[in-house]
Design a protein around this ligand. Structure first.
Ligand code: FPP
Ligand code: MG
Length: 344
């Protein structure tokens, strides 16, 4: 990965430098008040003391990139600004995201997330599922109270897409001949759909007309794809200390990611090597990991995955061409760049 990369957070790291770092500072300054309000609201949730509430709080308190709420904030600020309803939508976006992660970690039997044990490791699988259920219901109630039926309608469609994508990924597990079409159907459903919703919701609540709201959705689609491609890369070429997840987790979970898909396409003999790992549902040995990484480099799979992520990031930016210049627009451009140029 690019070692000058900046971790994508709304507050840039103190050790950072360069143009992207400066741009992230600008994003932070431009959204600090709204994100602080959002954080205040989120910190109070969920209020109860049940094991489900504790499981949800465990994940929420670990932080994360807060990228989806940031998308709501920026889209709202492209319009008339960020008020109570926009804050509700930003909180809902993070709650939905967290709910899906609490479920996903059960599906993937994940042990670590955000550099800590997963909720399912601490509270058990059942509690993690209930924690996700609770967050999901609370998020939908919050969207309902905003009083814009189209936002609830879109949120339900988004969830339907996420479930379908996750089910498709489950069906494909362990199949290394997965085709590109299936791969993109999965990532558009599981990752890009919620970005699309966050941007649409922010734009709508900011009073933007339909055409700009659709442009924001298209931006969200490309941003989500770029983001997931980089997630795939970080799984094989990142550092655990930066990602907070185990390396080669996708391989252990039997998931065909884009870099693996490219490498197998270009060097079919790799199929057998990767298959042996997919079958065992264990992290690959150091030797196997080194072999796979070497193959990913040799075939140009790492480079071309990053290139494709950059292409989607640029396409995301081009979706914004009809918006007039200003801090929110510039921030969305920075977010698209930083989603690719990141280490965690
Ligand atoms: C992470 O993918 C998972 C998602 C982005 C979506 C998960 C969606 C569901 C479980 C279905 C919908 C859920 C609800 C509550 C309606 P990943 O496993 O590739 O990434 P990771 O490495 O961060 O786990
Ligand atoms: Mg997972």
């Amino acid at each position: 990965m690019n070692h000058a990369a900046t971790s994508l957070r709304t507050d840039p790291e103190p050790s950072g430098s360069g143009a992207l770092y400066d741009a992230l500072h600008e994003v932070h300054a431009w959204t600090a008040r709204e994100m602080a309000r959002y954080e205040d609201e989120l910190a109070r949730l969920p209020r109860g003391g049940s094991v489900a509430d504790r499981g949800a709080r465990h994940l929420l308190q670990l932080g994360g990139k807060r990228l989806r709420p940031l998308c709501v904030v920026l889209a709202a600020k492209l319009g008339r600004g960020f008020g109570d309803a926009a804050c509700d939508l930003a909180v809902s976006a993070e709650m939905i995201h967290s709910a899906t992660l609490l479920h996903d970690d059960v599906i993937d039997l994940a042990e670590t997330r955000r550099g800590a044990p997963t909720a399912r490791e601490i509270f058990g699988n059942a509690a993690s599922v209930l924690a996700g259920d609770g967050l999901l219901v609370a998020a939908l109630q919050r969207i309902l109270r905003v009083g814009e039926p189209i936002l609830l309608h879109h949120a339900l469609e988004t969830l339907k897409e996420m479930v379908a994508a996750e089910a498709l990924e489950l069906e494909q597990r362990g199949r290394i001949q997965a085709d590109r079409e299936t791969y993109f159907r999965i990532i558009e459903g599981k990752t890009a759909s919620l970005f699309r919703w966050a941007l649409f919701a922010g734009g709508k609540i900011g009073g933007l007309p339909d055409t700009p709201c659709r442009a924001l959705q298209a931006y969200g689609q490309h941003l989500g794809i770029a983001f997931q491609l980089v997630d795939d890369l970080l799984d094989v070429a990142g550092e655990t200390s930066r990602t907070g997840k185990d390396l080669f987790g996708d391989l252990r979970e039997g998931k065909m990611t884009y870099p693996l898909l490219l490498a197998v396409e270009r060097e079919p003999a790799l199929e057998a090597v990767i298959e042996s790992s997919l079958e065992r549902r264990k992290s690959p040995s150091a030797g196997l990991a080194a072999r796979v990484r070497e193959a990913l480099n040799r075939t140009g799979a790492i480079r071309d995955t990053l290139d494709l992520a950059r292409t989607h990031s640029a396409e995301a930016v081009s979706c914004l061409e009809h918006f007039s210049d200003g801090p929110s627009l510039r921030a969305l451009v920075t977010v698209a760049q930083a989603s690719v140029d990141r280490e965690g």
